[in-house]
Design a protein around this ligand. Structure first.
Ligand code: ADP
Length: 265
């Protein structure tokens, strides 16, 4: 039937013979679809009650009951966190349901200045933020999704770097295309965690990221956005010295400026 999905593998058998191994993944894909729909529906349904809770919390005046102030502040913090979690889950669901991406021109000069401004705002002067850019490069893709991926990397860099550290955002041409990287001088990630770090809700240490206010979904979003752009995420990290997250885009993602494909400026 047309609804059957097979995964095919070719295995060399002898000089002129190959084995074809066909695995029926129909059921697995159906279950995956059920999971996706479930997460999307639950997240969507949580939005309205959260908005109501949030709205009423904002109306409560801590000055009227000073003894409630710490509790109100905590409730506000937690309801903001839940809202962020729901928004991140909805973003992931939307990305998972997509099989292609816009091909608009993404102006990287203005992307870099936006990211730098965001890093400075988040850091509130606690870190040295610099952006070193190869000027005049544009990418092809979705400005909105790329911005959300890059700003996740920037907010991680700020959150996992103690005050006094530095954050460098840069755009470079490399042999095969262009790379945007976010480097920090922060906590670093033990090598044993790197293979799983982009899985949803995977954390190096739960206390570390709970304190930092993350949802555990940031890098999963980054990974999805990059996959949709056929781009690659590379992570280099050393505990106690810092991390570099770089997003590598092939030449087909670089907007040609002089008519030659991939030639850039
Ligand atoms: P979170 O919301 O918990 O930050 P992410 O998916 O963005 O979730 O990141 C997953 C985990 O990877 C984090 O909990 C943290 O342990 C680790 N991590 C991410 N970015 C950095 C970084 N720049 N430096 C150190 N650890 C990081």
């Amino acid at each position: 039937s047309a609804d059957i999905r097979l995964n095919l593998r070719l295995i060399p058998y002898s000089e002129d013979l190959w084995l074809v191994v066909a695995r029926d993944v129909t059921k697995m894909m159906r279950l995956e679809q059920v999971r996706r729909d479930f997460v999307a529906n639950v997240s969507h349904e949580l939005r309205t009650p959260l908005t109501v809770v949030h709205g009423y919390l904002d109306m409560l005046d801590p000055d009227e009951h000073p003894e409630w102030a710490p509790m109100l502040a905590e409730m506000q913090l937690q309801s903001q966190r839940m809202t962020q979690l729901v928004e991140d889950l909805l973003t992931l669901s939307r990305l998972e349901a997509q099989d292609g991406i816009d091909s608009e021109t993404v102006a990287m000069d203005s992307m870099l200045s936006t990211l730098r401004r965001e890093a400075e705002a988040l850091s509130q002067g606690r870190h040295l933020v610099s952006a070193e850019d190869a000027a005049g490069i544009d990418l092809i893709g979705s400005t909105k999704e790329l911005h959300s991926a890059f700003s996740n990397l920037v907010s991680n860099a700020v959150r996992y770097t103690p005050a006094g550290g530095s954050i460098v955002i840069r755009l470079d041409r490399d042999g095969e295309g262009v790379a945007l990287s976010v480097r920090d001088s922060g906590l670093g990630i033990p090598a044993s965690h790197l293979p799983r770090i982009t899985e949803r809700f995977y954390r190096v240490s739960t206390s570390r990221s709970r304190e930092s206010g993350g949802t555990g979904l940031g890098l999963a979003i980054v990974k999805h956005v990059l996959n949709l752009h056929h781009a690659r995420l590379e992570i280099a990290s050393e505990v106690g010295r810092g991390s570099v997250f770089s997003c590598h885009f092939g030449l087909e993602r670089v907007q040609p400026r002089d008519g030659r494909p991939g030639a850039g400026s």
